[in-house]
Design a binder for this molecule. Structure first.
Ligand SMILES: [Zn+2]
Length: 375
């Protein structure tokens, strides 16, 4: 069914954000009804599991915890669905980073259970969306899995998030900076958003606001994160990374930046040590170049990426030894049928993408040299 003549906007039912919000999680989760299955890895559980457990107990919510083994793969999802069936789970709680969150959504869907997402970092825009990114057990991009509804609750505890390494916040900023770059390209092409329709005025406004907040507050938020304090700028950027970026990409649309990210996951080696957002940063600059972005605007982005220590050279991406063949593999993966690179107003060839990947490196190095000689 094509709904492309319709405008479609989707979102989670409730979004809650604040310092120590996990202490109030029981109140919100009790309203979703019944027995809960918490999906969290050992690190997250050690850090904040006690707070969540106490909050659920105080509201009389029965729960069990399943240890998340680290990859949002079919095998891990099937294992946890089985566990949920055995204990008649009514609410699945995803507590952790992007992959735990994507797994929780994939587990809640076949169980017809409610879904509550409690991110412990602001490193991706996974929390709010009605889709998961599925990977192979080896960490290679496999597919997007779409659901009939978004999470019932997204609860963001900024006191937890400010203790996460600043690299995670920077990665989330990079993921969020891609939002408007990609959405405006999709809107220009009158192509489909991730909800299977055209962008509403609201979807568009959210993408624009996301970018505005980031250019005003990203650096201040990153500094607050280094000092592990919650400031108004930090709160604003956590909201931009999570809510604005999440609604903005889903109801605006994805384009080349994320397709190139997915292309990078087809490579082997050290690039797998980089976060989602770090690879998206490189893909975003590549799309800006393909979009023929004027120099002054391109440099505004480059300045922010450099200030946040994001990898925008081939060396920083650990691809300085990459062969031409490797770059073509990235480009071909980014251009696979169904990939979001086809949502732009212009057609792309593998060669154009390879040239854009090299152009990111060239422009970033020239920009950094210029910055040094000014000092
Ligand atoms: Zn993303």
């Amino acid at each position: 069914m094509s709904t492309l003549s319709d405008k479609v906007f989707i979102s989670p039912a409730r979004y809650v954000q604040g310092a120590n919000a996990v202490e109030r999680a029981g109140h919100y989760i009790a309203a979703l009804g019944g027995r809960a299955l918490i999906i969290a890895d050992d690190l997250v559980w050690k850090m904040a599991g006690e707070q969540l457990a106490q909050s659920l107990e105080s509201e009389g919510v029965e729960f069990e915890r399943a240890v998340f083994e680290g990859e949002a793969s079919r095998r891990e999802i099937d294992r946890l669905v089985e566990r949920g069936q055995q204990q008649q789970t009514k609410v699945v709680i995803g507590f952790g980073g992007g992959k735990a969150i994507d797994t929780a959504k994939a587990v809640a869907d076949p169980l017809l259970a409610a879904c509550a997402i409690l991110p412990t970092t602001a490193s991706t825009d996974a929390p709010t969306s009605a889709l998961s990114v599925i990977y192979s057990d080896e960490g290679e991009f496999d597919s997007y899995r779409f659901y009939n509804r978004n999470p019932d609750l997204v609860l963001v505890d900024t006191a937890i998030i400010c203790k996460a390494p600043p690299r995670f916040l920077a990665s989330g900023i990079a993921d969020a900076l891609a939002t408007w770059v990609e959405a405006r390209g999709v809107i220009r092409a009158d192509a489909s958003n991730m909800a299977g329709g055209r962008a509403t005025l609201l979807g568009r406004a959210i993408g624009e606001k996301c970018e505005e907040v980031l250019f005003e507050h990203a650096l201040l938020a990153w500094q607050a994160n280094q000092a592990q304090i919650v400031t108004p700028s930090f709160e604003a950027v956590v909201e931009a990374n999570t809510l604005l970026s999440g609604l903005g990409f889903e109801s605006g649309g994805l384009a080349a930046a994320h397709a190139i990210h997915n292309g990078f996951t087809a490579l082997h080696g050290e690039i797998h040590d980089l976060t989602h957002g770090e690879k998206v940063a490189y893909g975003t600059v590549a799309q800006l170049i393909l979009d023929q972005t004027p120099q002054a605007e391109l440099e505004k982005y480059l300045a922010l990426y450099v200030a946040l220590g994001l990898p925008i050279t081939l060396k920083a991406l650990k691809l300085d030894q990459a062969s031409e063949e490797d770059l073509y593999r990235v480009a071909e993966a980014a251009l696979k049928e169904g990939e979001s690179s086809h949502n732009l107003a212009y057609e792309l060839t593998p060669q154009q993408i390879v040239h854009a990947l090299r152009a990111v490196d060239a422009h970033a190095r020239a920009f950094m040299d210029k910055a040094i000689s000014r000092e």
